[in-house]
Design a protein around this ligand. Sequence first.
Ligand SMILES: Cc1cc2nc3c(=O)[nH]c(=O)nc-3n(C[C@H](O)[C@H](O)[C@H](O)COP(=O)(O)OP(=O)(O)OC[C@H]3O[C@@H](n4cnc5c(N)ncnc54)[C@H](O)[C@@H]3O)c2cc1C
Length: 454
Amino acid sequence: MKYFSPIHNRSKNLRPPDLYEYFVDNFWFKTIDVENLKINEPLRGSHKADIVIVGGGFTGLSSAYNIKKKFPEKKVVLLEGAFCGYGASGRNGGFCIATSLLDWNQKDPERREKDWRVSSYGVEQIKMMISKYDVDCDFEENGMLAVALNTKQAKELEEYQEELKTFGLESTLLQGKDLEQEIKSPLFLAGLKEPNGATLNPAKLAREMKRIVEDMGVEVRERTVVTRIKPGKTNYIDTELGDIQAPIMVMATNAYAHKLGFFKDRVFPVGVFQIVTEPLSKAQWESVGWQNKQGLSDMRTMYSYSIPTSDGRILMGGADFVYYDYDALSSGNDKIVTQRVTKNFFDFFPQLEGLSIDHAWGGTTAYTLGRAPSVGVTGNHKNIYFGTGFSEGVPSTQTAGRIIADLMAGESNDFTNHFIVNRNIPYTGPKNLRGLFGRGVKWMIENLGFSPIH
Ligand SMILES: Cc1cc2nc3c(=O)[nH]c(=O)nc-3n(C[C@H](O)[C@H](O)[C@H](O)COP(=O)(O)OP(=O)(O)OC[C@H]3O[C@@H](n4cnc5c(N)ncnc54)[C@H](O)[C@@H]3O)c2cc1C
């Protein structure tokens, strides 16, 4: 006899109940003392601006920075539903991959060189902000270490090294004792050490960017949920407590954009989760090695990424992802996924068994077919700028802000001619079939090690 089970069937990717998202167990939020954070007043009443930016993550903040730099006289207003850094930008792994905007299919060497300049710009902009505006975000430019867990992945590391060379980028293959000198895990067979790339505290960076753009004169409204947008020659933007109109707007809501009717059926909102341990003792750090503290990732299609935090913990994320049916957003906590990340962590580092996991959290990021973002301008009046589809967006969203400002200024340069500009994101099917599609993609990743979105 079949009994009714009160436990919902997670194979259907049911999101936890859509009640609230007040208590994301986010370690980074703790480091910015979120409970005592000064959050700006919401927008109330009716207003006008030259440019309205929707979304206070890295895309919105970098757009605000670059636009205000180019057009200091314009009234720029940024609207953020919660607080700047509340979305993926304040929750992520702090992994800054300088290569994430390279077009691996590009064969022209001159074009490849230009692509590298655009791709590495995000990290450069963060470095510029650190030196010019005293940004404190625990930035460490220690490069990256990719590891292989089997011989197939070790071969892929060699191929990856060759690909990097075609962009003029040097890297070092490691095995045996050489690899152990960098990191100790019984599962790691080979590694590739790249000098480019960095790690940081993303919530600190978002709050510091908010400070910078406010100092430049951008009006930042937090606790301001945009409820409706009526695009036109003048865009009408309704918020929960007010409204604002502007001839130009920027949609900087990445994986949340479909809620406002943008990029529906083009962008998958995907839940990604991570954990952070308690601080490690000196002996525990010695058991892991990792003295060069690079960003660590593995070569599985469903890869994990890890970084050491500035207070001596290890953060690990990835190793799994969830598409919640009907494009539902992540609630920010999902222990079924974070338990998998925890298992992955102790599989990698059994010598740390017993170490406690202090925080486990996640958020919503965006996946597109072909995996690249799209940054550009749309609308009948070509006055709605946007950046969306950032799955690995820590540095690339910084670049997106620069691209948006350059496009607004009508410039033609390596940034505005980059392949992500106005990239036509492939259709991903109707909403009611996307769950099936998402599960199909995940099955392919888990069982065939291949994905059409990778
Ligand atoms: C758990 C996790 C780990 C990740 N790890 C990494 C990593 O290590 N490295 C990496 O490169 N990338 C990583 N990413 C991806 C990266 O964080 C994102 O690509 C990037 O932060 C996207 O920035 P954004 O500004 O476009 O979007 P978001 O940061 O999501 O910002 C969008 C903002 O819009 C606001 N908003 C949404 N709707 C409305 C509305 N209606 N009205 C007003 N405001 C609204 C939201 O509150 C949010 O603050 C990770 C993502 C997650 C979730």
